[in-house]
Design a protein around this ligand. Structure first.
Ligand code: CP
Length: 336
Protein backbone atom coordinates (compact mmCIF):
# COMPACT_ATOMS: atom_id res chain seq x y z
CA UNK A 1 0.00 0.00 0.00
CA UNK A 2 2.84 2.37 0.89
CA UNK A 3 4.29 2.07 -2.62
CA UNK A 4 0.88 2.76 -4.13
CA UNK A 5 0.35 5.98 -2.15
CA UNK A 6 3.87 7.34 -2.42
CA UNK A 7 3.87 10.35 -4.71
CA UNK A 8 0.06 10.56 -5.04
CA UNK A 9 -1.81 13.87 -5.16
CA UNK A 10 -4.78 14.44 -2.85
CA UNK A 11 -7.37 16.89 -4.11
CA UNK A 12 -10.43 14.78 -3.32
CA UNK A 13 -10.78 11.49 -1.45
CA UNK A 14 -13.35 10.58 -4.07
CA UNK A 15 -10.51 9.63 -6.41
CA UNK A 16 -8.91 7.40 -3.75
CA UNK A 17 -10.04 3.85 -3.06
CA UNK A 18 -11.43 2.84 0.33
CA UNK A 19 -8.38 0.64 0.79
CA UNK A 20 -6.13 3.69 0.35
CA UNK A 21 -8.19 5.82 2.74
CA UNK A 22 -8.21 3.00 5.30
CA UNK A 23 -4.43 2.76 5.06
CA UNK A 24 -4.10 6.45 5.98
CA UNK A 25 -6.47 6.05 8.94
CA UNK A 26 -4.57 2.96 10.16
CA UNK A 27 -1.18 4.70 10.02
CA UNK A 28 -2.71 7.80 11.64
CA UNK A 29 -4.11 5.74 14.51
CA UNK A 30 -0.75 4.07 15.04
CA UNK A 31 1.07 7.41 15.11
CA UNK A 32 -1.55 8.75 17.54
CA UNK A 33 -0.93 5.75 19.81
CA UNK A 34 2.85 6.26 19.67
CA UNK A 35 2.50 9.97 20.49
CA UNK A 36 0.32 9.10 23.50
CA UNK A 37 3.16 6.90 24.72
CA UNK A 38 5.65 9.73 24.22
CA UNK A 39 7.41 7.99 21.36
CA UNK A 40 8.82 10.01 18.49
CA UNK A 41 9.65 8.78 14.99
CA UNK A 42 11.68 10.68 12.39
CA UNK A 43 9.68 9.31 9.48
CA UNK A 44 9.99 12.60 7.58
CA UNK A 45 13.54 13.54 8.56
CA UNK A 46 15.01 16.16 6.20
CA UNK A 47 11.71 16.42 4.28
CA UNK A 48 10.10 19.74 3.41
CA UNK A 49 6.42 20.55 2.97
CA UNK A 50 5.47 23.84 1.27
CA UNK A 51 2.15 25.17 2.60
CA UNK A 52 0.60 27.97 0.55
CA UNK A 53 -2.41 29.66 2.13
CA UNK A 54 -4.61 31.98 0.10
CA UNK A 55 -6.90 32.15 3.17
CA UNK A 56 -6.67 32.01 6.95
CA UNK A 57 -6.33 28.77 8.87
CA UNK A 58 -5.86 27.55 12.42
CA UNK A 59 -6.30 23.77 12.25
CA UNK A 60 -4.92 23.04 8.79
CA UNK A 61 -1.84 25.23 9.17
CA UNK A 62 -0.93 24.02 12.64
CA UNK A 63 -1.77 20.36 12.18
CA UNK A 64 0.41 20.09 9.08
CA UNK A 65 3.26 22.13 10.52
CA UNK A 66 3.17 20.17 13.80
CA UNK A 67 2.98 16.92 11.81
CA UNK A 68 6.15 17.78 9.90
CA UNK A 69 7.95 18.87 13.09
CA UNK A 70 6.91 15.79 15.06
CA UNK A 71 8.08 13.50 12.26
CA UNK A 72 11.46 15.21 11.94
CA UNK A 73 10.76 17.37 8.87
CA UNK A 74 9.93 21.01 8.27
CA UNK A 75 7.02 22.99 6.82
CA UNK A 76 7.25 26.37 5.10
CA UNK A 77 4.26 28.56 6.04
CA UNK A 78 3.64 30.59 2.88
CA UNK A 79 1.11 33.09 1.60
CA UNK A 80 0.86 34.52 -1.93
CA UNK A 81 2.32 37.86 -0.82
CA UNK A 82 5.48 36.06 0.37
CA UNK A 83 5.86 34.45 -3.05
CA UNK A 84 5.96 35.59 -6.67
CA UNK A 85 2.38 34.37 -7.00
CA UNK A 86 1.47 37.94 -6.12
CA UNK A 87 3.34 39.03 -9.27
CA UNK A 88 1.55 36.48 -11.41
CA UNK A 89 4.06 33.61 -11.47
CA UNK A 90 2.32 30.75 -13.23
CA UNK A 91 1.10 27.57 -11.52
CA UNK A 92 3.45 25.58 -13.79
CA UNK A 93 6.58 27.50 -12.78
CA UNK A 94 5.56 27.47 -9.12
CA UNK A 95 4.96 23.71 -9.19
CA UNK A 96 8.16 22.91 -11.08
CA UNK A 97 10.38 25.04 -8.85
CA UNK A 98 8.94 23.78 -5.55
CA UNK A 99 9.25 20.21 -6.87
CA UNK A 100 13.03 20.71 -7.14
CA UNK A 101 13.30 21.85 -3.51
CA UNK A 102 11.06 19.74 -1.31
CA UNK A 103 8.88 16.66 -0.95
CA UNK A 104 5.27 17.93 -1.00
CA UNK A 105 3.21 21.01 -1.83
CA UNK A 106 -0.03 21.86 -0.04
CA UNK A 107 -2.36 24.67 -1.04
CA UNK A 108 -5.53 26.27 0.33
CA UNK A 109 -7.40 28.28 -2.26
CA UNK A 110 -11.15 28.51 -1.67
CA UNK A 111 -11.92 31.23 -4.20
CA UNK A 112 -15.17 30.22 -5.82
CA UNK A 113 -14.70 28.77 -9.32
CA UNK A 114 -10.94 29.27 -9.03
CA UNK A 115 -9.48 27.22 -6.16
CA UNK A 116 -10.03 23.69 -7.45
CA UNK A 117 -8.88 24.64 -10.94
CA UNK A 118 -5.74 26.22 -9.51
CA UNK A 119 -4.93 23.12 -7.46
CA UNK A 120 -5.44 20.87 -10.47
CA UNK A 121 -3.09 23.01 -12.53
CA UNK A 122 -0.40 22.81 -9.83
CA UNK A 123 -0.94 19.02 -9.59
CA UNK A 124 -0.57 18.66 -13.35
CA UNK A 125 2.92 20.16 -13.23
CA UNK A 126 4.15 19.07 -9.79
CA UNK A 127 6.64 16.20 -9.61
CA UNK A 128 5.91 15.79 -5.90
CA UNK A 129 2.53 15.25 -4.14
CA UNK A 130 0.07 18.12 -4.12
CA UNK A 131 -2.16 18.02 -1.04
CA UNK A 132 -5.30 20.14 -0.97
CA UNK A 133 -5.62 22.12 2.23
CA UNK A 134 -9.15 23.02 1.02
CA UNK A 135 -10.50 24.48 -2.17
CA UNK A 136 -13.90 25.72 -3.31
CA UNK A 137 -15.15 22.15 -3.90
CA UNK A 138 -13.35 19.75 -1.53
CA UNK A 139 -11.66 19.63 1.89
CA UNK A 140 -10.14 16.12 2.00
CA UNK A 141 -8.04 16.67 5.13
CA UNK A 142 -11.15 17.58 7.13
CA UNK A 143 -13.08 14.59 5.78
CA UNK A 144 -10.21 12.25 6.76
CA UNK A 145 -10.19 13.57 10.33
CA UNK A 146 -13.98 13.34 10.50
CA UNK A 147 -13.90 9.71 9.40
CA UNK A 148 -11.16 8.82 11.90
CA UNK A 149 -13.11 10.50 14.71
CA UNK A 150 -16.32 8.67 13.80
CA UNK A 151 -14.50 5.32 13.64
CA UNK A 152 -12.95 5.96 17.06
CA UNK A 153 -16.43 6.57 18.45
CA UNK A 154 -18.43 3.88 16.69
CA UNK A 155 -15.88 1.31 15.49
CA UNK A 156 -15.04 0.25 11.93
CA UNK A 157 -18.56 -0.90 11.09
CA UNK A 158 -20.52 2.32 10.55
CA UNK A 159 -23.47 0.70 8.76
CA UNK A 160 -26.81 2.13 9.80
CA UNK A 161 -25.52 5.32 11.43
CA UNK A 162 -27.62 8.35 10.59
CA UNK A 163 -25.52 11.43 9.89
CA UNK A 164 -27.11 14.88 9.55
CA UNK A 165 -25.18 17.53 7.66
CA UNK A 166 -27.16 20.68 8.31
CA UNK A 167 -26.72 24.19 7.01
CA UNK A 168 -26.60 26.74 9.83
CA UNK A 169 -26.68 30.50 10.11
CA UNK A 170 -23.36 32.37 10.56
CA UNK A 171 -22.24 35.95 10.68
CA UNK A 172 -18.46 35.53 11.06
CA UNK A 173 -17.76 34.78 7.42
CA UNK A 174 -19.44 33.00 4.54
CA UNK A 175 -18.00 29.51 4.43
CA UNK A 176 -17.13 27.38 1.38
CA UNK A 177 -19.13 24.36 0.22
CA UNK A 178 -16.13 22.08 0.48
CA UNK A 179 -16.65 20.57 3.95
CA UNK A 180 -20.25 19.33 3.49
CA UNK A 181 -19.49 18.26 -0.09
CA UNK A 182 -16.54 16.14 1.02
CA UNK A 183 -18.66 14.62 3.79
CA UNK A 184 -21.55 13.60 1.55
CA UNK A 185 -19.12 12.04 -0.92
CA UNK A 186 -17.23 10.07 1.74
CA UNK A 187 -19.68 8.98 4.45
CA UNK A 188 -21.97 6.86 2.23
CA UNK A 189 -18.93 4.84 1.12
CA UNK A 190 -18.53 3.82 4.78
CA UNK A 191 -22.13 2.65 5.16
CA UNK A 192 -23.56 5.77 6.79
CA UNK A 193 -27.00 7.10 5.85
CA UNK A 194 -26.72 10.84 5.26
CA UNK A 195 -29.41 13.51 5.47
CA UNK A 196 -28.58 17.00 4.24
CA UNK A 197 -30.75 19.83 5.56
CA UNK A 198 -30.52 23.30 4.06
CA UNK A 199 -32.64 26.30 3.13
CA UNK A 200 -33.56 26.35 -0.57
CA UNK A 201 -31.25 29.35 -1.05
CA UNK A 202 -28.15 27.40 0.03
CA UNK A 203 -27.91 24.21 -2.05
CA UNK A 204 -24.76 22.18 -2.53
CA UNK A 205 -23.22 21.89 -5.99
CA UNK A 206 -25.50 19.74 -8.16
CA UNK A 207 -22.58 17.83 -9.74
CA UNK A 208 -21.31 16.83 -6.31
CA UNK A 209 -24.82 15.90 -5.16
CA UNK A 210 -25.21 13.61 -8.21
CA UNK A 211 -21.85 11.96 -7.55
CA UNK A 212 -22.67 11.51 -3.85
CA UNK A 213 -26.03 9.92 -4.78
CA UNK A 214 -24.12 7.50 -7.01
CA UNK A 215 -21.78 6.67 -4.12
CA UNK A 216 -24.77 6.09 -1.82
CA UNK A 217 -26.45 3.80 -4.37
CA UNK A 218 -23.22 1.80 -4.83
CA UNK A 219 -23.02 1.34 -1.05
CA UNK A 220 -26.72 0.55 -0.56
CA UNK A 221 -27.28 3.48 1.81
CA UNK A 222 -29.49 6.54 1.64
CA UNK A 223 -28.59 10.14 0.85
CA UNK A 224 -31.56 12.45 1.26
CA UNK A 225 -32.25 16.17 1.31
CA UNK A 226 -34.71 18.31 3.22
CA UNK A 227 -35.38 21.99 3.86
CA UNK A 228 -36.44 21.19 7.44
CA UNK A 229 -33.64 20.94 10.05
CA UNK A 230 -35.90 19.43 12.71
CA UNK A 231 -37.17 16.70 10.40
CA UNK A 232 -33.55 15.83 9.57
CA UNK A 233 -32.52 15.63 13.23
CA UNK A 234 -35.07 12.97 14.22
CA UNK A 235 -33.13 9.91 15.42
CA UNK A 236 -29.73 11.18 14.23
CA UNK A 237 -26.51 9.63 15.52
CA UNK A 238 -24.14 12.35 14.34
CA UNK A 239 -24.96 16.00 13.65
CA UNK A 240 -22.81 18.50 11.77
CA UNK A 241 -24.27 22.05 12.02
CA UNK A 242 -22.35 24.17 9.53
CA UNK A 243 -22.72 27.27 7.49
CA UNK A 244 -21.98 27.14 3.76
CA UNK A 245 -22.72 29.08 0.67
CA UNK A 246 -22.73 32.80 0.29
CA UNK A 247 -19.97 31.99 -2.15
CA UNK A 248 -20.43 35.26 -4.03
CA UNK A 249 -18.35 36.75 -1.23
CA UNK A 250 -15.51 34.38 -1.98
CA UNK A 251 -14.91 35.46 -5.55
CA UNK A 252 -11.87 37.74 -5.32
CA UNK A 253 -12.93 39.75 -8.35
CA UNK A 254 -16.62 39.83 -7.54
CA UNK A 255 -17.89 43.29 -8.27
CA UNK A 256 -21.51 42.21 -8.62
CA UNK A 257 -23.11 44.16 -5.81
CA UNK A 258 -26.58 42.76 -6.58
CA UNK A 259 -25.36 39.17 -6.07
CA UNK A 260 -23.62 40.03 -2.83
CA UNK A 261 -26.71 41.89 -1.57
CA UNK A 262 -28.95 38.95 -2.52
CA UNK A 263 -26.73 36.51 -0.64
CA UNK A 264 -26.78 38.73 2.44
CA UNK A 265 -30.57 38.90 2.28
CA UNK A 266 -30.75 35.10 1.93
CA UNK A 267 -28.58 34.75 4.99
CA UNK A 268 -30.76 37.07 7.06
CA UNK A 269 -33.90 35.24 5.93
CA UNK A 270 -32.50 32.03 7.45
CA UNK A 271 -31.33 33.31 10.83
CA UNK A 272 -33.40 30.65 12.55
CA UNK A 273 -31.17 27.81 11.31
CA UNK A 274 -29.33 27.29 14.60
CA UNK A 275 -28.67 23.99 16.38
CA UNK A 276 -29.78 24.49 19.98
CA UNK A 277 -30.48 22.03 22.80
CA UNK A 278 -34.17 21.71 22.00
CA UNK A 279 -33.39 20.73 18.44
CA UNK A 280 -30.44 18.52 19.36
CA UNK A 281 -32.79 16.59 21.68
CA UNK A 282 -34.57 15.34 18.54
CA UNK A 283 -31.47 13.27 17.78
CA UNK A 284 -30.69 10.05 19.68
CA UNK A 285 -29.84 10.47 23.38
CA UNK A 286 -26.23 9.49 22.78
CA UNK A 287 -25.90 11.43 19.52
CA UNK A 288 -22.72 13.42 18.97
CA UNK A 289 -22.23 16.88 17.56
CA UNK A 290 -19.25 17.50 15.32
CA UNK A 291 -17.94 20.63 13.61
CA UNK A 292 -14.92 21.25 11.38
CA UNK A 293 -14.36 24.54 13.26
CA UNK A 294 -14.09 27.47 13.43
CA UNK A 295 -17.66 27.52 14.75
CA UNK A 296 -19.76 30.65 14.80
CA UNK A 297 -20.87 30.01 18.38
CA UNK A 298 -24.50 30.83 19.19
CA UNK A 299 -25.26 31.41 15.54
CA UNK A 300 -24.51 28.06 13.88
CA UNK A 301 -24.78 26.14 17.15
CA UNK A 302 -25.25 27.18 20.76
CA UNK A 303 -22.55 26.98 23.43
CA UNK A 304 -24.82 24.64 25.36
CA UNK A 305 -24.63 22.06 22.57
CA UNK A 306 -20.99 22.63 21.59
CA UNK A 307 -19.79 22.39 25.20
CA UNK A 308 -22.02 19.47 26.15
CA UNK A 309 -20.74 15.93 26.84
CA UNK A 310 -22.16 14.99 23.43
CA UNK A 311 -19.70 17.27 21.66
CA UNK A 312 -16.59 15.68 20.16
CA UNK A 313 -15.35 18.78 18.35
CA UNK A 314 -11.92 18.81 20.00
CA UNK A 315 -11.29 15.12 19.30
CA UNK A 316 -12.19 15.91 15.70
CA UNK A 317 -9.79 18.88 15.63
CA UNK A 318 -6.99 16.85 17.26
CA UNK A 319 -7.38 14.17 14.64
CA UNK A 320 -6.40 16.74 12.02
CA UNK A 321 -2.87 16.33 13.46
CA UNK A 322 -2.85 12.54 13.44
CA UNK A 323 -4.36 12.22 9.96
CA UNK A 324 -1.87 14.76 8.61
CA UNK A 325 0.94 12.65 10.03
CA UNK A 326 -0.48 9.43 8.59
CA UNK A 327 -1.05 10.99 5.19
CA UNK A 328 2.37 12.63 4.94
CA UNK A 329 4.08 9.42 6.04
CA UNK A 330 2.40 7.44 3.31
CA UNK A 331 2.82 10.06 0.59
CA UNK A 332 6.40 11.18 1.20
CA UNK A 333 7.88 9.04 3.98
CA UNK A 334 10.94 6.93 3.32
CA UNK A 335 14.69 7.37 3.14
CA UNK A 336 15.74 11.01 3.43
N1 CP B 1 -11.45 22.97 9.72
C1 CP B 1 -10.44 23.73 9.20
O1 CP B 1 -9.99 23.51 8.08
O2 CP B 1 -9.98 24.69 10.03
P1 CP B 1 -9.01 25.87 9.59
O3 CP B 1 -9.77 26.73 8.60
O4 CP B 1 -8.69 26.61 10.86
O5 CP B 1 -7.80 25.28 8.94
Amino acid sequence: MKERLQGRHLITLDSWSKQEIDAVIEVSSELKRLRAMGKTMDLLKNKTLFMVFFEQSTRTRNSLEAAMTQLGGHAHDLTPDKMQLSHGETPKDTAKVLSRMGEAISIRNCFYNIGNRYLNEIAEHADIPLISMQDDVYHPLQALADLMTIEERYGRNLAGLKVVVSWAYATTHAKPLSVPQSQILLFPRYGMDVVVAHPPEFPLDSTIVERAAQRAAESGVTLSFTHDMEEALEGADIVFPKNWGGFAYFHPFNDDQDTADAMRANLQANKGWRLDSRRFALAKRDAVVMHALPADRNNEVTDEVLDSPNSIIYDEAENRLHTSKGLLTLLVGGAG
